[in-house]
Each structure stands twice: as structure tokens, then as C-alpha cells.
Design a protein around this ligand. Sequence first.
Ligand code: BG6
Ligand code: GLC
Length: 860
Amino acid sequence: MCHHNRFLLLNVAKSDIISLVFQVDETLCPFKLSQEQLQLVKARMRAGLEAGLKTKGSSAIKMLPSYVYRTPDGTEHGKYLALDLGGTNFRAMMVNFKRQNARLYHKIYTIPLEIMQGTGEELFDHIAQCVSDFLDYMGMKNAHLPAGFTFSFPCEQTAIDTVSVDIKVLWGWRTGTNVCYMEEVDAELSKMCINTEWGGLGDDGSLDDIITPYDMEVNQNSINPGRQRFEKLTSGMYLGEIVRQVLLDLTRGGLLFRGHVTETLKTPGIFETKYLSQIERWEKLCVRSILQQLGLKGTCDDSIIVKEVCGAVSRRAAQLCGAGMAAVVDKIRENRGLDHLNITVGVDGALYKLHPHFSRVLKDTTEVLAPQCNVTFLPSEEGSGKGAALISAVARQMHADSLSGTLLDIMQQFRRELAKGLGRDTNPTAALKMLPTFVRSIPDGSEKGDFIALDLGGSNFRILRVKVSHEKKQTVQMESQIYDTPEDIIHGSGTRLFDHVAECLGDFMEKQNIKDKKLPVGFTFSFPCQQTKLDEGFLITWTKRFKAGGVEGMDVVKLLNKAIKKRGDYDADIMAVVNDTVGTMMTCGFDDQRCEVGIIIGTGTNACYMEELRNIDLVEGDEGRMCVNTEWGAFGDDGRLEDIRTEFDREIDRGSINPGKQLFEKMVSGMYMGELVRLILVKMAREGLVFEGRITPELLTKGKFETKHISAIEKSKEGLSKAREILTRLGVEPSTDDFSLVSQVCTVVSFRSANLIAAALAGILMRLKENKGVARLRTTVGIDGSLYKMHPQYARRLHKAVRRLVPDTDVRFLLSESGSGKGAAMVTAVAYRLTYSSRIFWSYLQSVHAFFSIYHRNVF
Ligand code: BG6
Ligand code: GLC
């Protein structure tokens, strides 16, 4: 029985809990290494290093010479291409050494799993493609740069191709683990960098006494059983798997998840190492929500146990690395004949950087086991200097860099907000207004007719004619025209705005030659409206750029009808007013019957979805479903997002036409993202980190940096030349470093947007899944909006984040190619059919009544 036991102190009350604690503790005992065991590991590592140097590659630790004879001394200059393969991604970098400074530009490329596990040829073809793309991006396609290849797998080298950068000891710890250091090789050359390949320690059985049955299982299931044993105890690729094996064992023993072994738990690789970092960092509730994402329904006690397991596995890994490190630094000290050594170890790797305790435990263990060495661990920073550091700080502040724990929290909060908005008593104080739309189903294929659709509120004001016919199959024909909506009109009086809409409609009908007809009109009005029926919508509040006076609180259908009547030159029958999200869902629903969510990611952002009527307290009836307009742009208006709002978000809000409102929208949507980038750049320039500290009047002008510029800069092909053009227009003379920093700022801001929207959408999908009571949800999400459509990476990032957040869902994302007009026409078609069939019914009733009155009179 192990002596450290937090459970015991926490839960002494019940005897069954104590017995549970004992049994869990027993299971975790082999992971708790004593000081003596760690000393032994250090000694074995040292012996392994010596044996590797002597036997030149035939022992467990390979000690491969790298033919790098010195670390940089500041005299290096010129441009080099550096390629880094072997971690989770492939990274192409351009390093420019200039007067003791190294500037770094880089781009990260993910390597698809099928390529990673495919043939060598496929892998190198893919890499060649990425390099070509990178050179294109840097505008250096024809330059012949010397290239260095960081290939993070063991290689036998006989000569060096290029210079590589190192400190005294470089310790890599990403998906694998490895160390290189400067070793005395012979009297003349003095030192050469040796790539230890220390992950091989134990391949000769020297670690068998500390290897647990769980490690054995992981080893057996790996692609290289019996090899890289030390790596399999310590590195990112395996820790999650070890934890999963322990959890499986505890569950089988009835100590976890009520003894219920799920398919998920049996799935190799499902428990990723990043979850260790998240679980050890976060509170019980978060642990539970992570488990839920994995399909594991845990109790509070389960969460504590899972956290304990993660802690034991990660702590052992850090301690083992500390023991190995102690052996390396002691060897360097002895090589140099010193009593005491001060040394810097450069460290890289996701777990080292992201895990809350790993770096501390590593340092503590190294210090205890190598008391004659003073070791400073220096995490490697990406990007160039202080500018990059500020960007990382902003990225951290913006939670843009895949902090999925935060996203899970946001998703859960969003779900709670959905429920709050639906409840009769809670709705008045809820941030999400959850507006009933009176749309009860998506198109069923029977719609037909000739319609007009007005589409007001996005970046364009559009009028469309939509003809739906039924010859053999349903076909749609559309003609449209875009009209201006000048600033003075959207900020003027409501009367002027609706007069303008009526005038444009008149013009459109004139051009279509239909001024004498009274066609049914569907009105896409992209603002929050309170509805009690389809053809009535009271504007709750203006959002985005609109601020016309005297419209809030009014029925926009009435206002438009009034404007049309006032003209008197044509007539129109406005049959439905729909939000653009609803129009989008209906447009996509026309092509895919599974579509039950509509999203806009454009000037503004919003979503609607089909909710069970029994859950919508604000509408009578329990049967069937109704589309609800969430107005998610207002998420956070009650202060719920304060933790993640940054100084830049607050500044945007202060300068907006509706301070304190639409706070989520202001963090993520197209109207504000460019401005967010501009504000960050101004701060960076003020601190002298970009543009040599020069701030031009253009840079200080609100709105000068637009969201479309973010999309242009993040394009892999012409990104760099576009950045040059855009920055030149801002009056700055950008250096090549500035390009790289500006593009990083754009990525931080757009990544955060995609992640936050993914969290909210995941909340809706979870709700749909719960409503339907299915284990796996299959659904389609209709999407529209300029940001989603124009940004080169946005859609991919969003889809990926959503699938990560709701893994048990098959989501199809369907882009609404034809805008929301078609969908609005579909809603109008249904409204038209219902109205006219009821009109026909009423006139039929009236004639029957008239007949009987006459009959009655005549007969009696
Ligand atoms: C259009 C839809 O395609 O997208 C509009 O037809 C919608 O109804 C718009 O408002 C949203 O995107 P953006 O980028 O124009 O705000
Ligand atoms: C704003 C509006 C909302 C609309 C969205 C997308 O958030 O309030 O109604 O759907 O923008 O255009």
C-alpha cells in the first residue's frame, strides 16, 4: 500500500469509500517511484549513454553522431530553410540570421493520418508539396536556399548537410522524447552534438522492474513492440493510452463508471495525452464534461479517480525524464571535469508546455538527482522575439490556441443559456432570446409558385424573384438584384429606410415587368424580431450597422406595407418575415431533408434550429417542432463571457453603436474581426514590436483593417503579397518580419472566432441529440455568411473543432450557395398555401351557408 493518499484524507467517512480508495491506490502504486528507484533509472541511463558511445549504435541507446560541431556563436548570417518533421505537424521555416539576430517565419502543415501511415513516397510527396507552398507564400519560389531538415526519427548520419541550431542540451518532448547534447568526441574537434535517442533505454530489459502491466499492454499494442521502452513510459504519444489501460482495468474491477465498460473506453487512442493536461488543470466539473465528451458518464467520485490516475501517470513520466536528464547533465559535468555545472537545457514539446505540473516535477527531480548541476530549462519560443511573445500572450488571452477545456466549458454554458431562454420564467432575464419563428418544418418538396424575396440586413440588400415549379421534379429559378443601402439611410429615420426598401422593390418589379401582379413576398429581415405569427415581426433591437430611428418595438411588416401603400404604384402581399438563419436553414433544407440547424457567420453571427414544441414555453402546444432563432450573438450580454473577453474586445464594444450588447458577436463576426486585428497591431506598434514602432494615421483609423484583409492574408498562395499591399495602404513600410507577425495576429483572431462558434454550435448539437434521445446524432447544418465563405481556413477549422467537441455526431455542413432568399420563398410558399386554402375553405363555407339560408327560406 502506497503512503501518499489524498483520497484517504478526503473521504474517511464511509467504509465502502475507504475500500475503494485502497483498491485504487493499490492499482496506482507501481506508478509511484521511490527516490531509490529514480536513482537506479539515472544510473541505467548513464550506463546506456556510455554503452551507446562505445558500441556506436548497437546498444539500446543509439548515441547517433549529428556532425554538428558547435552551437551557434552569433556569427551565422544569411537565409536558411528549416524543415521540421516528426512532431504532430510538419513545419516549414525560413530563418534569417542577421547581425546576431535570427528572424523566423514559419507555417504549420498538418499531415493527414493516411499520409503519416502511408508509403514513404506519399509522405515525401506531401512534404515537397508543403515546401513548395511555403516558398510560394514567402515569395521565394526561385531562391536556392540551403535547407536543414529536422527529422525527428533515429537516423544514421555520415556527414552533415547543413547547420542546425542547438543550445547546450536540446530536449524534445512532443509525441516522442529525445535528447541531444554536446559531447567531447576527440581531442582536436573537441565537441560534437550527439543525438542520444534516449527513448530506447530499457529495450535491453533494463527497465523491466518498473514496467507495469499497463505499460506492457501499451507496448504490445504499439507499432514497434519491445522498442522505445523509455519513450513509451514518458512521451505524449503513449501517456493517454496508459491512462486508458488503467481506467479500463479499474472499470473492469467495478471501481469506476459503475463497472460499465463502454465501447469508447475500449477504443485505442481515444484518451489523448492532451486530456491529461486538461484534467489535471481543471475542476471536477470540467473533468466530468471531458469524460462525457468521451462517452463516459462519470460520477463525482469517478472524476476524482480519473484525475488521480492522470496525475500518477504524468508524474511518473516527468520523474523518469528528470532521472534521465540528471544522467545527461552529470555526464557533461564530468566530461568537463567540473565540481559544479551551470547549464541551460532547451526544451520543446506540447506536454512540457501545456501540462500544469510536468515542468515543475521534471525540474525538481533533476535537481534532487543531480545536486552538483544547476539546470535552467528554457522552453523554445516560436516566432521572432518579443513580437511573437506578445502574440503568444494575446493568443493565450484569446484562448485561440486549442484550449479545448475552455471550449467545453463554453459549450456547457451555452447549453444552459439555451434552456434558460426557452423557459417562460427565465426568458426575460436570459441573454439568448430563443425567438419562436412559427416555421414548423423544412421544405417537403410540395412548394410551388412565383415569389418575391427581400433580403435585408447582411452585407448586401438583395431582391429576388423565385419561381418554384413542378414539372417532373421540383425546380427553382431565381433572378436577383443587389441594391445599395447607404449609411445615411440605415442610420436615418425608419420611415426613410422603409421608403427606400419600397422604392427598390418597385424598381425591381418594374424591371421584372410584374408591377401589375400582387406576388407573395417573403421578407428576410436579419435582426431579432418577436413573432406571434409568420407575417408579423416586432424588431426587438437593431444590431450590426443598422440604427434607423423609430423602428425598434414596431412590426416591420406593417412598416413596409405602409411604405408600399404610400407609393400606390404597385401592391405586394408580405406573407412571411424570417430571420436570415431561418432562410439559410430552409434553403439548405430544400436540398437535404436532414437540415435542422441554420447558421450565419458573416457581418453578424446567429443560429436557429428545430426545437421540440413541448420545450418552447412561449408557444402553446406540445406536438411537433418549431424553428427557434437563438440570437446567439447576444451570448455573454449577462456577463457570462467576462473571463474570456480581452482588452481588445472591450475596446470594440465601447466604440460600437450598441455597447454592452451582442458581446459574443463582437468577438467572432466579420463586422468586428478586422477591427480586432487593427487594435492588436496598434498596441504592438506602440510597444515598438512592429512597423519599427511607427503608427500612421491610417493605422489609427477605425475600420481601416477589414475582415476581408484577414482572409486575404491567411491565404497560403498570395498571402504575403496581399499583406504587403494591405499594409502599404495603411501607410506603413513593413519589413519581412512585420508580414509574419501581422499574419500571426490574423490567425489568432480568426482561430478564436472559429473555436468559439464551434463551442456554441456544439451546444446546439448536444441539445438536438438529447431531444432525440439518440446515442449518435446524424444531422445537417446549413451555413452562410461572408466570413465562412471567404476565409481560406475558417470552414475547415470550424468543422474540426465541432467534431472534436461532439465526437458522437455525424455532422454535414452544407453551404447555402444561393443565400437565404430561396428559403424565404419556401416559407412563403407554405404560408401562401395555408392562407389560400383557408380562404377557399372559408368562401366554401360561406357559399354552403348562403345556399342553406336560401333553401331554408324557400322551403319553410
Ligand atoms: C447571404 C444571405 O447570403 O448571407 C443573407 O442571403 C445573410 O440573408 C447573409 O444575411 C449573411 O452574410 P453577410 O456576410 O452578408 O452578413
Ligand atoms: C445579427 C442579428 C441576427 C442575424 C445575424 C446574422 O446577429 O441580430 O438576427 O441573424 O446578425 O446576420
